[in-house]
Design a protein around this ligand. Structure first.
Ligand SMILES: NC(=O)c1ccc[n+]([C@@H]2O[C@H](COP(=O)([O-])OP(=O)(O)OC[C@H]3O[C@@H](n4cnc5c(N)ncnc54)[C@H](O)[C@@H]3O)[C@@H](O)[C@H]2O)c1
Ligand SMILES: O=C(O)C[C@H](O)C(=O)O
Ligand SMILES: [Mn+2]
Length: 530
């Protein structure tokens, strides 16, 4: 497929678009994980922009060579430290930047030549790669601290300088950098962290659909989040904000009342509603020193848990009786039969989302969850799965992957040329997505729309994002239609579609200011047409 992409981009995109469901798992999760792990051995030609932490003086020039200031709309960047659930993959991480951009083009019509995949090579702590003489990246341990921060900052400032209107998407950074980098740049530029925000948005939308099916309000649900890293705390934050919004509670109150994060350092439970668990079990205040800043708001008072077992998932589930269990732990098979049956004892529609990718790392197989809960569980998974069946009733397993949200959010950000992407724009996106859930009409249909419908979903998400940008005065694009239908039309006509164009049209296009002049495709974004 990669070879076809190089030889005939239109054919590549058309083939995938016409067979989206079949091709998605090949160009994206789970196959992409294998391609990334074998990157240096499968390597034929470089794709994307490689930046080296020891060559910081050249970053600005390297970035600038990809086009004129108006040529790039979207940059996806990774430092390769926490790829999917497979950890540090060094420069192989370039393929996650490439894959996410392919998804943008397929799912929201972002023009393929107006994007830039980037890998920040800071070394790797993966011993297998360090000992592999074919490894293509820097063969030395990861550079951290000030030098790393300067590297990221030089990259961000160079993008700002060369492509002032470009939107930056951060992907698969390590636990200690992902949130920190987002917090630093979110108030300054239009940027997005997919693992924190994309995952939080799509998961909340799925929970909202499950809330509709089970007829229980978000504020009345108890949550256990198993694995409280980048994705787990991103999800917890979205749930907390939504509960605060729905119930009128303060965000702190909502955090404590509605979430428990289970972490490496102990399980943490939120009062009776919301608990986070990580490796050491429930997140507890006494273990503050071991918690990340993102986990801290979810740490529970130790007194609440005195005399209660909180060091394993089953004990926490027994104690909390959650309605919702979400896995972002990278630990396969941890949602055991006992855990699922314990949940199913207390609620009629347990909501269970094993989200760890790739597929082999899922916390449980949806077929098992369905069987163990006697067909009552509402299930969504991080990678695609076929429908499951119990007693002759078929249930669609929704794919709860950030790929359902980030393309639409990015399209909205790019077309509105938003200056920033504040949380209110994400809320708009979540609502637009939740409104499209098939489960609203049929309880056995998916909690999220199918990937086949994703282009239309992206239009709806982009519309909501653009309208919110306008409401907040963040749009630098001033020519945005007010009317709903006109706005949808305006979005659709700017979405790139893989089609061979008649020769005349190609000539016209290459004579336009579209700097890349790629053969056979029409420039479809506004700035490209101008
Ligand atoms: N479905 C999606 O859209 C989506 C999006 C983002 C991430 N993910 C998946 O979520 C997983 C985590 O990604 P991340 O970026 O948050 O990684 P991360 O390293 O930031 O977080 C993983 C967390 O799990 C904890 N953990 C590890 N072992 C544990 C155990 N035995 N019990 C409890 N907690 C444990 C770690 O301490 C860490 O806090 C990956 O598999 C990734 O593919 C899925
Ligand atoms: O890339 C994916 O499949 C989703 C997500 O961003 C992840 O890191 O697992
Ligand atoms: Mn990711």
């Amino acid at each position: 497929m990669t070879s076809m992409k190089e030889q005939n981009e239109i054919l590549y995109y058309r083939l995938i678009q016409d067979h989206l469901k079949e091709m998605f798992p090949i160009i994206y999760t789970p196959t992409e994980g294998e391609a990334i792990q074998n990157y240096s051995r499968l390597f034929r030609r470089p794709e994307g922009c490689f930046l080296n932490v020891f060559d910081q003086d050249r970053i600005e020039d390297n970035i600038a060579q990809w086009g004129e200031p108006d040529d790039i709309d979207l940059v996806v960047v990774s430092d390769g430290e926490q790829i999917l659930g497979i950890g540090d993959q060094g420069v192989g991480g370039i393929l996650i930047s490439v894959a996410k951009l392919v998804i943008y083009t397929l799912c929201s019509g972002i023009h393929p030549t107006r994007t830039l995949p980037v890998i920040l090579d800071c070394g790797t702590d993966n011993h297998e790669l360090l000992n592999d003489e074919l490894y293509l990246g820097l063969r030395q341990p990861r550079v951290r601290g000030e030098k790393y921060d300067n590297f990221v900052n030089t990259f961000v400032q160079s993008v700002r300088k060369s492509y002032p209107k470009a939107y930056i998407h951060f992907e698969d950074f390590g636990l200690h950098n992902a949130r920190r980098i987002l917090d630093k740049y979110q108030p300054e530029i239009a940027c997005f962290n997919d693992d924190v925000q994309g995952t939080g948005c799509v998961t909340l939308a799925a929970i909202m659909a499950a809330s509709h099916v089970s007829k229980v309000k978000l504020q009345d649900m108890r949550f256990v989040l198993f694995g409280s890293g980048t994705a787990g705390t991103g999800i917890a934050d979205q749930i907390k904000d939504a509960i605060a919004h729905e119930s009128g509670k303060s965000k702190d109150e909502a955090g404590q009342q509605s979430s428990a994060l289970l972490s490496r350092h102990g399980y943490t439970s939120l009062g009776n509603t919301h608990l986070c668990v990580d490796k050491p079990g429930l997140l507890l205040k006494s273990k503050k020193d071991q918690l990340t800043p993102a986990q801290l708001p979810y740490a529970r008072n130790d007194q609440e848990w005195e005399g209660k077992d909180h060091n394993d998932l089953l004990s926490v589930v027994r104690e909390v009786k959650p309605r919702v269990l979400i896995g972002t732990s990278t630990k396969p098979k941890t949602f055991t039969k006992e855990v699922v049956q314990e949940m199913a004892k207390h609620v009629d529609r347990p909501i269970i989302f094993p989200l760890s990718n790739p597929t082999r790392l899922h916390e449980a197989d949806p077929r098992d969850i369905n069987e163990w809960s006697e067909g009552r569980a509402l299930i969504a998974t991080g990678s695609p799965f076929p429908p499951v069946e119990h007693d002759g009733v078929q249930y669609e397993v929704a794919e709860c992957n950030n790929s359902v949200t980030f393309p639409g959010i990015g399209l909205g950000a790019v077309l509105s040329r938003t200056r920033l992407l504040p949380p209110s724009m994400l809320v708009a996106a979540i609502k637009a997505l939740a409104a499209q859930a098939p489960a609203l009409k049929d309880p056995n249909a998916g909690l999220l729309p199918d990937v086949t419908d994703v282009r239309e979903i992206s239009v709806q998400i982009a519309k909501a994002v653009i309208q919110q940008a306008v409401k907040e005065g963040l749009n630098q694009e001033k020519d945005i239609p007010d009317d709903d239908a006109d706005l949808e039309e305006w979005i659709r006509e700017q979405m790139w579609d893989a089609q061979y164009r008649p020769l005349k049209k190609v000539e016209r296009d290459s004579a336009s200011a579209h700097a890349k002049g790629e053969a056979g495709s029409a420039a479809s974004h506004r700035s490209a047409k101008a």
